[in-house]
Write a protein that binds this ligand. Structure first.
Ligand SMILES: Nc1ncnc2c1ncn2[C@@H]1O[C@H](COP(=O)(O)OP(=O)(O)OP(=O)(O)O)[C@@H](O)[C@H]1O
Length: 262
């Protein structure tokens, strides 16, 4: 028998009501994610990708339906630090050193100084920024700041990492470099990743599976396995299999009744 899903979404709907206007951001979402998967949520602007991630991360409540993370409610999973989160903006505290930014979740959890130091060092090694521990965020490039944000999100050893367009603010070259870094970190930590993106090629390069969403109402249109072998490298992007998968995903996206193409 296969292992139960680490993330399970059943019949989730989410409506936003403001005055007389009501927006159905998510409709009838069913999704199971197995431990260790790298799943991207891909779709046009406004299809509900961020809302779905926010529902998973207990940042907003579904109007109906259930979500379980690690067999618990998102609220309980949050309390138990079962997941970390990375957003498009790194959101680091400028007055704290890189190391003290990475230590923050452990400090909030009440870990002692020695444990915090050791863990922050380990995480900065993981994202290859150990020599920048004493720097401040404003002394780093945007890509380096995102690596610090990833180190911080992973510092409490979460089993799940939620990422909302974490590379969206980076230029193309840095973005591709960080995609490679992210796959290495994922392979090292075996974290389950849920990753929101607009980019078809980014989703294909990174993911073991792509969940394609459509807008108004936000629904799941397709779930596409990406069977390109790991480790994926710069050379992967030039293979026929990569182009074929990009074409398949693009067709699923455009076959969907979205108002705008991603
Ligand atoms: N707090 C809110 N109040 C009202 N409507 C909202 C709220 N958050 C999201 N929406 C609406 O829900 C729908 C889905 O939004 P969401 O941000 O989840 O989409 P998205 O796919 O992540 O878009 P993008 O790729 O542009 O970030 C949109 O129509 C949006 O306007």
């Amino acid at each position: 028998m296969s292992e139960p899903a680490i993330i399970s979404v059943r019949g989730v709907n989410k409506e936003f009501n403001s005055g007389k206007r009501s927006v159905t951001a998510l409709q009838d979402i069913d999704l199971s994610i197995a431990r260790g998967e790298f799943v991207s949520l891909l779709g046009p602007s406004g299809c509900g990708k961020s809302t779905l991630l926010r529902v998973l991360a207990d940042l907003t409540e579904p109007s109906s339906g259930t979500v379980t993370l690690n067999g618990k409610s998102p609220r309980a999973a949050r309390t138990d630090r079962d997941y970390g989160m990375v957003f498009q903006q790194a959101g680091l505290f400028d007055w704290r050193s890189v190391q003290r930014n990475v230590e923050l979740p452990l400090q909030v959890a009440g870990a002692d100084k020695q444990t915090r130091r050791a863990k922050a060092h380990e995480m900065l090694e993981l994202v290859r920024l150990a020599e920048f521990a004493k720097h401040f965020p404003w002394q780093l490039s945007g890509g380096m700041q995102q690596r610090v944000a990833i180190a911080r999100a992973l510092s409490a050893d979460p089993e799940i990492l939620f990422m909302d367009e974490p590379l969206g603010a980076l230029d193309e070259m840095n973005r591709e470099r960080l995609q490679g870094e992210l796959l290495r970190i994922w392979a090292d930590t075996r974290t389950t990743v849920v990753f929101v993106t607009h980019s078809i090629s980014e989703a294909v390069f990174l993911s073991s599976r792509i969940v394609v969403m459509t807008a108004r109402p936000g629904r799941i249109a397709a779930s596409i396995d990406v069977d390109l072998p790991y480790p994926r490298t710069a050379a992967t992007r030039t293979t026929e299999e990569f182009f074929a998968k990009v074409t398949e995903v693009r067709a699923a996206l455009h076959g969907a009744p979205a108002e705008q193409a991603a």
